[in-house]
Design a protein around this ligand. Structure first.
Ligand code: ZN
Length: 503
């Protein structure tokens, strides 16, 4: 009988208590007995399948790849691999000699047609998830348009459930208003205001004194003046909740904080301020507004470099980013190469020797069982041998487990490669502040020569482009061989990765 793992999952912990989990197990058991398969271990996942990186799924893959079972029985595709990344791993298992069965769908993974059907089912599952996300977003937008804030109430307001506006908290709302009024007196710096408000008893949601950042967030959140702002997109909606702070006061504070009396603000907000230098005289390219457009100018009057318009500069940036992107072909080639390279880096010898010992022990065990069946081995002796072998096997497997996990490393590779496939698209999704961070971390030697923007890919981008090994993860053992994208880039990528997947 072929030994298989059974994989079952439920979307929420609640469902896990009910029938559904049991039903899935029963279906798999029936399927197994019909196909002469034996389920030697069960893997139960209780998270949503929409995102990859599920611990049980990963653990199961690892054990499969280590040969601890020769097959996998899943209950249903849309329950097991909604995420295409996971699914693509599953569909590759047959190539590694691991048979994949789906208990409720008749799919033959050994034929091309069967695998095509399976792939199509997976694509449909992925589409279903995307649709679900859109619907959720629509729901959120709908509420925003009604003037309802779908998130957690900001400090000073109380939550009243989904369909109802937030209401001012009788204790905290007066303190918020007081903070605004005190700052408006111009007698306080942020720090001294923080002290004053802490003395007056203002605490955050956890009951701790506010941080400086927390106080700043309160002073700039237009929610207190009745406006809902969606930070990520910069969109605003008129809320139907009662304001705590009069709009005029809120507005005055924003001006105060920006340290301005008149409308001088644009000076601080130009997209590429401080990011480019003149390529001829090395002076900074300073932004200025002329006839409704922003230009960046070299401040040296005699210099050949004059001005370049902001949108021209941004076009050049987009083109450059697009040219650094990996094509789908080079991406998959690179993924394969990195994985082979990583396999070499990890303790290949140790892994092989452990696997060999496991295989030998298993062979001994099965030979002993044969002898038992053939009545040439005493049952007591057999049981003793079996106990010893199982203890040894457990120890060996545990040691094998502790070796670096190829699945984690592969996921990390996939992430960097995904990022490199969509540099420009990611850039275009960002807000101005994020764009600045992105440029600082992907382009270096940024200059303007004459009218020509010039820059180079940052070292890590160049590395990937050249096919060198790059990793997000902790490459503690091989730091010299790796080159990591900056944390800021990783954060931006993760923040927008769902949107990237959608297109
Ligand atoms: Zn110049």
């Amino acid at each position: 009988m072929k030994q298989c793992f059974g994989y079952i999952r439920v979307s929420t912990p609640k469902q896990g208590e009910g029938v559904s989990l049991q039903e899935q197990m029963d279906d798999i058991r029936v399927f197994a007995s019909r196909h002469n398969l034996e389920v030697i271990d069960w893997f139960e996942e209780q998270q949503t399948a929409a995102k990859s990186g599920r611990p049980v799924f990963n653990r199961m893959l690892k054990q499969l790849q280590r040969g601890q079972a020769s097959g996998l029985i899943m209950h249903k595709i849309d329950r097991s691999a909604r995420n295409l990344r996971d699914w693509s791993i599953v569909t590759e298992l047959p190539d590694q000699g691991i048979d994949v069965y789906v208990a409720t769908e008749s799919l033959d993974f050994t034929t091309r047609g069967g695998r095509l059907t399976a792939d199509m089912l997976a694509v449909i599952a992925a589409d279903y998830i995307r649709n679900l996300r859109d619907e959720t977003k629509k729901g959120i937008r709908g509420r925003l348009k009604q003037g309802l804030y779908p998130g957690r109430a900001p400090l000073g307001y109380l939550n009243n459930g989904k369909g109802l506006p937030k209401t001012p908290c009788p204790e905290k709302a007066p303190l918020i208003l007081e903070a605004y009024k005190l700052y408006d007196t111009r007698q306080y710096s942020l720090r001294s205001l923080l002290q004053a408000m802490t003395d007056r008893g203002l605490r955050n949601l956890n009951g701790h004194p506010l941080s400086l950042h927390g106080l700043e967030t309160i002073l700039k959140n237009p929610f207190y003046a009745g406006i809902i702002e969606v930070k990520r997109t910069g969109e605003t909606f008129q809320g139907i909740h009662d304001p705590i702070v009069p709009m005029a006061l809120w507005q005055r504070l924003q001006d105060l904080k920006a340290g301005r009396c008149g409308p001088k603000r644009t000076r601080h907000n130009h997209l590429f301020r401080g990011l480019f230098r003149c390529g001829l005289c090395a002076r900074p390219m300073s932004p200025e507004r002329q006839k409704g457009s922003v230009y960046y100018r070299c401040q040296e009057p005699s210099c050949q470099t004059k001005t370049v318009r902001e949108d021209v500069l941004e076009d050049a940036i987009c083109r450059a980013l697009a040219s650094y992107e990996l094509t789908p072909e080079s991406a998959s080639k690179l993924a394969r190469r990195w994985n082979t390279e990583q396999a070499k880096l990890t303790d290949a010898n140790r892994k092989t020797s452990l696997e060999l010992r496991i295989a030998t022990t298993e062979q001994h065990l099965s030979r002993a069982a044969d002898l038992l069946i053939a009545n040439t081995l005493d049952e007591a002796v057999y049981l003793e041998k079996k106990r010893e072998a199982n203890l040894l096997l457990a120890a060996l497997r545990e040691e094998l487990q502790k070796l670096p996990d190829p699945a984690d490393i592969a996921a990390d590779h996939a992430e960097v490669i995904e990022l490199m496939k969509s540099l420009m698209r990611l850039y275009q999704m960002l807000n101005p502040d994020e764009k600045r961070v992105f440029i600082e971390n992907t382009l270096s030697n940024r200059t303007i020569v004459g009218k020509q923007p010039c820059f180079e890919p940052s070292p890590w981008v160049r590395h990937v482009k050249n096919g060198s090994y790059v990793s997000f993860g902790d490459p503690s053992r091989h730091t010299d061989r790796t080159f990591r994208p900056p944390e800021a880039i990783k954060r931006l990528f993760e923040q927008y990765s769902e949107d990237l997947e959608k297109d």
